[in-house]
Each structure stands twice: as structure tokens, then as C-alpha cells.
Design a protein around this ligand. Structure first.
Ligand SMILES: [Ca+2]
Length: 111
């Protein structure tokens, strides 16, 4: 089981995420993570995360969409304190979260 917990799932390789903007450019240095409670960036937003968050607080298990601005990848975990299944959120990408990733993120960190 430990190898499953530590496995990183690439959202764009398992087809759970619809890539909304293939032209998104990863030209901004640094970068931040945005999350929203509903698909397509709608609903409540948690914007401009720039550091490690061991818990998303009131946003735990709510995110249904993400956007990574800039040129730095991010990780998101289904458990608090960077536990559970880890997902890779690629720099410059955005998309809806599907399957086990939807309404399941509880901690995030730059990769
Ligand atoms: Ca949601």
C-alpha cells in the first residue's frame, strides 16, 4: 500500500482532467495556484497560493478546478499534512478535477 500512497498521479495522463486551455503559456516566473469550488473556475475561489499548505482549511475537499500560473509545478494531496494520494498539477495548466481528485484536495505545495 505504501507505494500507492506515494505514487504521483499526473492529472493529464489519466484523463480525469479536461485541459481547458492548451495555449496557456508558462512564461510568468514564480507562479501561484488557484482553486475553485465548482468546475471551470466558478464558485468560491482560493487564489494566489504561493507556499506550502498542510491544510486548505474551509476549502478542504471542495476544489473542483485548478489553475497553475507561472513556470512551477505544484502537488496536491487528498489528505492533510501532505498525505494520501499526490497529484501533479503542471505549470501553466488549468482544468477541472475529476474522479478521486474532485472534492478531495486537503493540502498543496509547490513541487
Ligand atoms: Ca467542488
Amino acid at each position: 500500500m505504501s507505494n500507492i500512497k506515494n505514487q504521483t498521479q499526473d492529472l493529464h495522463s489519466i484523463e480525469l482532467v479536461q485541459d481547458l486551455d492548451h495555449e496557456a503559456a508558462a512564461t510568468v516566473s514564480g507562479g501561484a495556484l488557484d482553486l475553485s469550488s465548482l468546475r471551470n473556475g466558478e464558485g468560491s475561489r482560493l487564489n494566489n497560493l504561493t507556499g506550502r499548505f498542510s491544510s486548505l482549511g474551509s476549502f478542504n475537499n471542495i476544489a473542483s478546478w485548478y489553475e497553475v500560473t507561472g513556470n512551477r509545478n505544484w502537488y496536491a494531496w487528498t489528505g492533510r499534512n501532505f498525505t494520501g494520494t499526490r497529484y501533479l498539477l503542471r505549470a501553466g495548466r488549468k482544468g477541472n478535477l475529476g474522479g478521486n481528485a474532485n472534492n478531495n484536495f486537503e493540502s498543496v505545495s509547490p513541487a
